[in-house]
Design a protein around this ligand. Structure first.
Ligand SMILES: Nc1ncnc2c1ncn2[C@@H]1O[C@H](COP(=O)(O)OP(=O)(O)OP(=O)(O)O)[C@@H](O)[C@H]1O
Length: 480
């Protein structure tokens, strides 16, 4: 039986917790002060200590320091009366397994305790003593296939990811389309203690009203016409891990209400089932629209917004990320070479200058795409301006933005230089009809996306397809 020590000077809380944990199969000891807690620690070996932050004779930080020094394999969870992200991060860095704030939810406590004990067990088996919490890697370029960038904006972004990742806070990521919001969400997940659990991404923009509930909560076979088989919802799939809701502002008001209930109660019921499933899911949402505006217009629920708004990350557009453009372009060139079996080694200085000047309405997604196409159609080892679409190679910055110095070390690119569009050549490489049709579809989608600044809702309208179809086509042709 696993042994837990509760240190809390609020006797009612200690008694309630002790009864609840005993009922759930733990061997519980309580102490009403730091000193008596220390006495218990000297006499018995505990798997876990649940320690209140404010104690009459000491505080949670001191207790944590002492336990980590003298009983390094005992897990510590700190309980506080209010939620404070800075303190949470500090305690976790000092070696606390987690930090929970009052009011205490039984399921949350049980989940956290179980995980803390499992982690301790793994540590004992590996015969390792250090903190079970993963520390975010401090490298500046690549982590998990994500270019972290070296611009000031990227460094600040990284600092925020590092701050929030180890906590259980819900996060809102704000940023233009294609700026890398999903990559940020993945980084948060990968650097949290949930990294071994699923990361499930949902594009809320492509959910139809009819299917949304089923996608979120799942359904039982036969629960409505068309429910031919049991379906597991995204909440259930993400259990233990992170659920990422992209373009959350597009959800209907009704589904927002159901979402709020699920998040508050931490339980989910498949449609057509009476069985409640306990949930331990961290939620990260992303949006490229102003949710406060949506709240004012009655399109987004304020209570749901506050549930999500425990931490906000603003992701700057690519045009504001200076040196990152070079790093990203070089990274995408490597990816494209691998994917297409090419050996293009570098960009000409003029290309880099175009990249630095262009406004990138489609952000990182557009850059990735442009580099991939240029790699495909380039003839030698260098990507020159001939391989860029005219709108990029001919892009001229407004004079007030341009300044007098070349941006990338070499003479300014002459915008009147004759341009050759190699897309015709690319088409010639495609011999069969299916590829030609796909190529034409790709060109049309890309052109429309550019026209509407990569707004997928508008693009789907112009292309006369629904958002889900657009989303799938973008994914299939590597535009996503
Ligand atoms: N820092 C990065 N490193 C490597 N690839 C990146 C980075 N940021 C974005 N990308 C790539 O750019 C593309 C767009 O990124 P992502 O889907 O995360 O953007 P988004 O902001 O979520 O877009 P949307 O608003 O349209 O959902 C993806 O292919 C992604 O892999």
């Amino acid at each position: 039986m696993k042994k837990i020590l509760i240190i809390d000077d609020e006797v009612n809380v200690a008694v309630l917790l002790s009864k609840f944990l005993t009922r759930n199969g733990f061997d519980v000891t309580t102490a009403s002060s730091g000193n008596s807690g220390i006495e218990h620690l000297k006499k018995n070996e505990f798997d876990l200590v649940l320690c209140d932050y404010r104690l009459e004779d000491t505080d949670g930080r001191e207790m944590l320091r002492l336990i980590k020094a003298q009983y390094p394999k005992t897990g510590v969870i700190i309980i506080t009366g209010y939620s404070d992200i800075k303190m949470a991060v500090e305690l976790i860095k000092m070696g606390a397994y987690d930090y929970i704030s009052k009011p205490l939810y039984p399921d949350e406590i049980l989940n956290t305790i179980t995980k803390a004990i499992e982690t301790r067990q793994a540590l004992i088996e590996d015969d390792e003593a250090p903190t079970p919490v993963k520390v975010v890697k401090k490298q500046s370029v690549l982590s998990d296939g994500v270019v972290l960038g070296t611009s000031r904006a990227s460094k600040e972004l990284f600092r925020q990811i590092e701050l929030v990742a180890p906590t259980n806070y819900s996060v809102i990521i704000l940023g233009e389309s294609g700026s890398g919001k999903e990559e940020v969400a993945k980084s948060i997940h990968m650097h949290s203690h949930r990294s071994g659990q699923p990361f499930i991404a949902m594009d809320c923009g492509s959910l139809t009203k009819e299917l949304a509930a089923s996608e979120f909560f799942g359904h039982e076979k036969g629960s409505f016409t068309g429910a031919f088989a049991t379906k597991i919802g995204h909440f259930e799939m993400a259990n233990g891990g992170t659920l990422f809701l992209d373009e959350v502002g597009n959800l209907s008001y009704e589904i927002q209400a159901a979402l709020l209930r699920t998040v508050q109660e931490r339980k989910v019921k498949r449609i057509g089932s009476t069985k409640e499933i306990d949930l331990d899911v961290r939620i990260i949402v992303a949006t490229n629209e102003n949710l406060l505006d949506a709240i004012n217009k009655g399109k987004f629920r304020e209570d749901l917004y506050h549930r999500f708004n425990e931490f906000i990350i603003y992701l700057p557009p690519l045009r504001e990320r200076g040196s990152d453009i070079v790093l990203l372009a070089e990274y995408f060139l490597r990816l494209a070479n691998e994917e297409l079996g090419r050996n293009v080694t570098h960009f000409s200085p003029e290309v880099m200058e175009c990249f630095m000047n262009y406004r990138w309405p489609g952000n990182v997604r557009e850059l990735k795409n442009i580099v991939r196409r240029a790699t495909l159609i380039s003839e030698g080892s260098e990507i020159t301006t001939k391989s860029l679409p005219l709108e990029i190679s001919n892009y001229k910055m407004p004079a007030y933005e341009y300044g007098n110095q070349p941006a990338y070390g070499q003479p300014l690119y002459n915008q009147f230089q004759p341009q050759q569009d190699h897309r015709a050549e690319l088409k010639e490489q495609r011999h069969d009809l299916k590829n030609a049709a796909l190529e034409a579809e790709y060109e049309t989608i890309l052109r429309v996306l550019r026209e509407v600044n990569f707004n997928k809702t508008k693009a789907a309208e112009i292309l006369k397809i629904d958002r889900k179809t657009l989303y799938n086509k973008m994914k299939a042709s590597n535009l996503k």
